[in-house]
Write a protein that binds this ligand. Structure first.
Ligand SMILES: Cc1ncc(COP(=O)(O)O)c(C=O)c1O
Length: 401
């Protein structure tokens, strides 16, 4: 290894440590569930996973993955258009489309891949992409790859500014508005009714990444679009299979037949990278079927989220008021968020602190995520730890001043 380059990497890593933003990986030795065993901290309650519906360790989901391995082996050892598509990919894609109410869908190995495959394929020179400033990093990178397109950002959920940008991009075609359905750091929802109305008025198309909304929002878990009663009115939906829908990995784009065919023909991750593993296709398909057969899980998730939020308030916290299953608690400085999450981990609660540059300076936070699989007893134990740590660190005293 080049010594000078090694030294530069070490210096950069030391700088992260100095700044308190160095990330330590935590190693789990049991499946993702409300309680897991962590090498570094023993048995802990998980409040930082996207396992919103508790499907990651559902016996049916595990069995489907095992059957997939038996039936299809490890994979096709090819990219899809050469010899890399199993019938299970087609079944899963049809299922995603029917679940979300679109004509078609196409899977990718991750939603990151889906977002970075989508924008450069549909937005060439002369087109415009208008993106919420708080959109997920995969959208930001996907939009960057559409380097010939006009690229604009609007302030978070600022509909007046979105309209200005639409007016100024009027000569572009297509004009694409892209937003998260649920914003991952805030837990708030995109103003989809206004966005869809503006898109119609200005002849734009809408892309909604509903990675944190699928399985969470809407009466049957079909996402933020269902929540707002807008099924069929959003042009393109992207999402992940790595959160509520089984939690393994995988992502998708759902939309019209022509869009999906275009992505099969031209989207680079489809052309140059292997398909979603068949085992994951099988377990994800089972996860969608399970959710469809048990829509009460979604209501349970929201009841539990409200229970936890009310408990936090009762002990003196001021969590953000959100409609999703993400409950952020703003604590201020990054180092403080890290201190709190470290103390919570020692108290048996696994919940992550996020600071600058992931969120704006001074708004570091503890991001609680609720799962429908958490029991009341587990949530009560977690709340007791939050109370202890809140008092110990002075966070609760600050609030009551
Ligand atoms: C809004 C959003 N889009 C995309 C992704 C990436 O999903 P995946 O893990 O499938 O690449 C995430 C994951 O954090 C996300 O929150």
């Amino acid at each position: 290894m080049n010594q000078a380059f090694e030294a530069k990497l070490r210096t950069d890593l030391d700088a992260l440590k100095q700044a308190g933003t160095y990330k330590h990986l935590r190693h789990l030795t049991t499946p993702m569930a409300p309680e897991v065993h962590m090498e570094e901290a023993g048995d802990v309650i998980v409040l930082s996973s996207n396992n919103y519906l508790g499907l990651a360790d559902r016996p049916e989901v595990i069995a489907a993955g095992k059957e997939g391995l038996e039936k299809y082996g490890a994979g096709t050892a090819s990219v899809r258009f050469i010899c890399g598509t199993f019938d299970i990919h087609r079944r899963l894609e049809r299922r995603i489309a029917s679940f979300l109410g679109t004509e078609a869908a196409l899977t990718y190995v991750s939603c990151w891949n889906a977002n970075t495959g989508l924008f450069p394929t549909i937005c060439a020179e002369g087109s415009a992409i208008i993106s919420d400033e708080l959109n997920h990093a995969s959208i930001i990178d996907g939009v960057r790859l559409a380097s010939k397109a006009r690229r604009e950002r609007y302030k978070h959920s600022d509909m007046a500014q979105l309209e200005e940008k639409l007016k100024s991009a009027a000569s572009s075609f297509p004009i694409v508005i892209v937003t998260d359905g649920v914003f991952s750091m805030e837990g708030d929802l995109a103003k989809l009714p206004e966005i869809v109305a503006l898109a119609k008025r200005y002849g734009a198309i809408t892309v909604v990444d509903d990675s944190h909304g699928t399985g969470v929002m809407g009466a049957t878990g079909r996402g933020t679009i269902e929540h707002y009663g807008l099924t069929g009115q959003v042009d393109v939906i992207t999402g992940t299979l790595g959160k509520a829908l089984g939690g393994a990995a995988g992502g998708f784009v759902a939309g019209s037949d022509a869009l999906i065919d275009t992505l099969i023909q031209r989207s680079r991750p489809q052309l140059f990278s292997n398909a979603l593993p068949a085992t994951v296709a099988c377990s994800s398909l089972e996860a969608i079927d399970y959710l469809d057969g048990h829509p009460a899980l979604v209501a349970q998730l929201h009841e539990k989220t409200e229970y936890f939020r009310a408990g936090l308030k009762r002990i003196g916290y001021a969590p953000l008021e959100t409609e999703s299953a993400i409950v952020p608690i703003i604590v201020g400085e990054t180092a403080f968020a890290i201190e709190i999450s470290d103390k919570l981990l020692k108290a048996g609660i696994f919940v992550t602190g996020f600071g600058f540059p992931v969120v704006p300076e001074g708004t570091a936070r503890i991001r609680v995520q609720i799962s429908a699989a958490l029991t009341t007893e587990e949530m009560d134990r977690a709340l007791a730890a939050f109370e202890r740590v809140g008092n110990e660190t002075g966070l609760l005293a600050k609030r009551s001043r």
